[in-house]
Write a protein that binds this ligand. Structure first.
Ligand code: ADP
Length: 501
């Protein structure tokens, strides 16, 4: 057991004892294959530590633990109010440990520490508390039929849920999925992304203080092995995934093996529309948040800004000023840093390759477009916030999801043009509209093909409000009451009240 822990001192001086095993049945265990994942600090490319990576056999052990927990009276028959109380206790524990959790998140992922601490961890705690409150408010219906039949529905947990999460918000994505699953009485096998395996291990170490064994199991591992083992496992009843559209399609196909219930939250190329009656100053500030927050690594990032032609030049100038004054690139542990490094070398190179594509396609590079070399002795995956203007709708940089601090700005003539351009994409996740015309705001919101529309803001998602996409941006909803619906199933009960044959 002792070799399944490391003593770490983070760049901010915080000392952390981190378990490195697979978390199965409330214990940290070794991988059966001996395979490991090495976590890299994206700020200076140094190795942080290595952790165990699960094989298909390990996933099977985790599923067996989750199934046993699901059928165990200590969980199955636990009162809903008591289940909620456990979740409140869990949220309090996470809050107590938020500095260590945020430190690991920043070290491993590269996001600014203040963001990890105040925004991500704040969201984790709020989401768990929100769903704790739901635990004893999950109710079915009584349905009037005939005097001789009483019918009602039960909202029951789905069973053992596989959850596959991405690297951009490791703990928040875990909370979005664990919160509703646990509130509804399911049990879980969760796989973090291989790029960010650390914070979730510390998070896992808090679980035995709250939950019976096997209720939550966490297995680090690679997508093609561990993720695939979850999606294809015959004793997993549901799989919930957040990540790229291409992987989402693969998981959907794999999950068909036993017709798993699925929730998918995938990619986007979300439009942000600025009409000529908008408050331009506000539009520029929100548009900046909408694409440059979290190093541009947000599935709902409003990465296509569409501006009405009469105000195009003025908006571009204002937007460039906001980028210059706000997007300070730097060490994520410095308090004044807005933008840290991209999460991995692969993501860094991907963004740089799109910068080359933009230049060769003839778009105008308004600012950025180069690596940022003034941090970490020239090492690390830092990129200057990048803005391309005069972008045309047939360009690759206009159509494809880039997932970095990279935005394209194009112009439109009329509201009809704006809608046509906004909807001319295979994606349909987020969107934003800036206008002071209340009729236009709601008219456009209704016609945009997206799971979410922000009117006069961008990307200020909220754990109480449903989140998800249409078209190739996903299936199903997370957060809010809708997110709870994704973790319950309806059973209809027919009661004969005296119909004699
Ligand atoms: P990215 O391309 O940004 O790394 P992915 O969609 O590939 O995003 O990854 C998101 C999550 O899906 C990660 O946890 C990853 O390990 C997992 N994953 C990747 N490929 C598969 C797969 N074939 N089956 C199941 N999970 C996978």
């Amino acid at each position: 057991m002792s070799d399944l822990k490391v003593e770490l001192t983070a760049p901010n001086g915080k000392k952390i004892t981190l378990p490195t095993g697979l978390f199965i049945n409330n214990e940290f265990v070794k991988s059966s294959s001996g395979e490991k994942i090495t976590s890299i600090n994206p700020s200076d490319e140094s190795e942080i530590c290595s952790v165990e990576a699960a094989s298909a056999d390990d996933v099977d052990k985790a599923v067996k633990a989750a199934r046993a927990a699901f059928n165990d009276p200590s969980w199955r028959d636990l009162g809903a109010t008591e289940r909620g109380a456990l979740m409140y206790k869990w949220a309090d524990l996470i809050e107590e440990h938020k500095e260590a959790l945020a430190t690991l998140e920043t070290w491993d992922n590269g996001k600014p520490y203040q963001v990890a601490l105040n925004e991500d961890l704040g969201e984790v705690v709020s989401t768990i508390r929100y769903y704790a409150g739901w635990a004893d408010k999950i109710t079915g219906e009584t349905i009037p039929t005939t005097p001789q039949k009483f019918a009602y529905t039960l909202k029951q947990p789905i069973g053992v849920c596989g959850q596959i999460i991405p690297w951009n918000y490791p703990l928040a994505m875990a909370a979005w999925k664990l919160g509703p699953a646990i509130a509804a009485g399911n049990t879980v096998v969760l796989k973090p992304a291989e790029q960010t395996p650390l914070s979730i291990l510390y998070f896992a170490s808090l679980i035995p203080e709250v939950f019976p064994k096997g209720v939550i199991n966490i297995v680090n591992g690679h997508g093609r092995e561990t993720g695939h083992a979850i999606a294809s496992h015959l004793d997993i009843d549901k799989v919930a995934f957040t990540g790229s559209t291409i992987t989402g399609k693969q998981i959907m196909k794999t999950a068909s093996i036993n017709m798993k219930n699925i929730t998918l939250e995938t990619g986007g190329k979300s439009p942000l529309l600025v009409f000529d009656d908008a408050d331009l100053d506000q539009a520029a500030k929100w548009a900046h948040i909408g694409i440059m927050s979290n190093q541009g690594q947000i599935c709902t990032a409003t990465s296509r800004i569409l501006v009405q032609e009469g105000i195009y030049d003025k908006f571009v100038e204002l937007f460039k000023e906001v980028v210059k004054s706000t997007s300070k690139v730097g060490d994520p542990f410095s308090d004044d840093t807005f933008q840290g490094p991209q999460v991995t070398k692969a993501q860094y190179e991907r963004v740089l390759s799109y910068i080359e594509a933009g230049k060769s396609e003839g778009a105008e590079l308004a600012t950025g477009g180069v690596p940022h070399k003034n941090v970490g002795g020239g090492k690390g995956f830092f990129i200057e916030p990048t803005v391309f203007t005069n972008v045309k709708d047939d360009m690759k940089i206009y159509k494809e999801e880039i997932f970095g601090p990279f935005v394209v700005i194009a112009s439109f003539k009329t509201e009809e043009d704006a809608l046509q351009m906004a909807n001319d994409t295979t994606y349909g996740l987020g969107s934003a509209v800036f206008t002071t015309n209340i009729e236009r705001a709601h008219r456009v919101a209704a016609r945009i093909e997206a799971g979410m529309v922000w009117i006069n803001s961008s990307n200020d998602s909220d754990f109480r409000v449903p989140f998800g996409g249409v078209k190739q941006s996903g299936i199903g909803r997370e957060l809010g009451e809708a997110g709870l619906g994704a973790y319950t199933q309806t059973k209809a009960v027919h009661v004969n009240m005296g119909l004699k044959l």
